[in-house]
Design a protein around this ligand. Structure first.
Ligand SMILES: NC(=O)c1ccc[n+]([C@@H]2O[C@H](COP(=O)([O-])OP(=O)(O)OC[C@H]3O[C@@H](n4cnc5c(N)ncnc54)[C@H](O)[C@@H]3O)[C@@H](O)[C@H]2O)c1
Length: 342
């Protein structure tokens, strides 16, 4: 079987990671890179001289040798580039968020389906070994039923002028929340504030809460204006509690044998009949592998085996629906918004 030939469109700070990763992957052949900025293309040429570089991405979209493209441009350009690629019969990996508009994302999902092409979205953390481990813990009910989840993704980091902290960071947290909570998200509320780019209404910090049909809530804090660098998930279950701290080098997951048991509950002495248990903390050994490489390999595998990606276009659309509702809530000072059709 021949290796699929690929092109990466967008070689900015994140796109370059895709170039490095797909180039090193033995299952495909990275033949081209496109970017509008000459300096970015020169950087690619200097490191990977055999890769063809073009300012105009259409050169790769129109090239019948190219089977798949990676779209790692800024979010507002994802739709047009991915649409052109799918129309030309290319499998397509699109960075998160899939698009900025629900109708446009739906169009991409339908187009991929109609043309029998792979459409995958860059929800990178779904390919993190620690998240795979958490998923197993949740599905096997090791921690009991999930009661609530909260996440923090904060940093003093890259301040964007074309999207706010919600759109920049929360796709990761939302994709994990949808992955772990086996229920339909129904409502979202979000509050936040603009400090650095008030005129453009770019929110630097956002707090959001997603309400699920089964009563689980998942809340997230995202910010690029924070003294700490935190990338942490906490899951409180009915039997145990677990944290995933991505800033830890090795001990990323901790399972706390902590909880509250309700036994022999009678109506008037409910509080007294609750028994706290506070046991050991387990730190499981997790074989960590680079999520970006796993994500890239999954894309290639899905193309060659004609399988549905874990983060397929529909998953990108679901995350987008929550982002859109959260943005609306943000602009309405936290008024909860219904999430349509997930
Ligand atoms: N999965 C992750 O963890 C992760 C992390 C960071 C960024 N991202 C996503 O990756 C995408 C890119 O982010 P970034 O930080 O690299 O942004 P960036 O601004 O550094 O790079 C974007 C690049 O796209 C190029 N570009 C724009 N329009 C183009 C076009 N029509 N043809 C060719 N090139 C074009 C720009 O010249 C620029 O170099 C965004 O969607 C972002 O949300 C994902």
């Amino acid at each position: 079987m021949t290796k699929p030939k690929m092109a990466v469109i967008g070689s900015g700070s994140w796109g370059f990671n895709h170039i490095r990763t797909f180039y090193a992957l033995p299952d495909c052949e990275l033949v081209g890179v496109s970017d509008l900025v000459e300096k970015n293309l020169e950087r690619v040429k200097a490191q990977f001289p055999e890769i063809k570089i073009e300012k105009d991405y259409q050169k790769f979209v129109e090239n019948s040798d190219v089977e798949a493209v990676v779209v790692a441009t800024s979010a507002e350009t994802h739709f047009q580039i991915a649409k052109d690629a799918l129309l030309a019969g290319k499998h397509c990996f699109v960075e998160k968020p899939i698009t900025l508009d629900i109708g446009e994302a739906k169009e991409l999902v339908d187009l991929a389906k109609e043309k029998n092409l792979t459409l995958m979205v860059g929800h990178l953390l779904l390919y993190h070994s620690a998240i795979e481990y958490l998923k197993k813990l949740v599905d096997e009910k090791t921690i009991g039923d999930v009661l609530y989840i909260y996440s923090q993704r904060v940093n003093l980091g890259k301040v964007r002028s074309n999207e706010n902290a919600l759109w920049s960071f929360a796709p990761h947290d939302i994709s994990i929340m949808l992955h772990l909570i086996n229920s339909k998200p129904v409502k979202v509320s979000a509050t936040g504030q603009t400090f650095l780019q008030k005129r453009k209404q770019i929110y630097d910090v956002v707090f959001f809460t997603i309400y699920f049909e089964n009563g689980v809530i998942a809340t997230g804090q995202v910010s690029w204006l924070d003294p700490h660098k935190i990338r942490k998930f906490t899951i409180v279950g009915s039997k145990k509690m677990v944290t995933f701290d991505d800033m830890e080098i090795r001990e990323k997951i901790r399972i706390y044998d902590k909880g509250v048991d309700a036994s022999n509950v009678t109506y008037d002495s409910f509080a007294e009949s609750l028994i706290l248990h506070d046991g050991d903390i387990k730190i499981p050994k997790i074989n960590l592998s680079e999520p970006l490489r796993k994500e890239a390999k999954h894309f290639i595998d899905c193309i060659s085996k004609q399988q549905k990606p874990l983060s397929d276009g529909q998953n990108g659309l679901d995350v987008l629906k929550i982002l859109v509702a959260a943005q609306k809530s943000l602009e309405n000072h936290g008024k909860p918004e219904k999430i349509q059709g997930i």
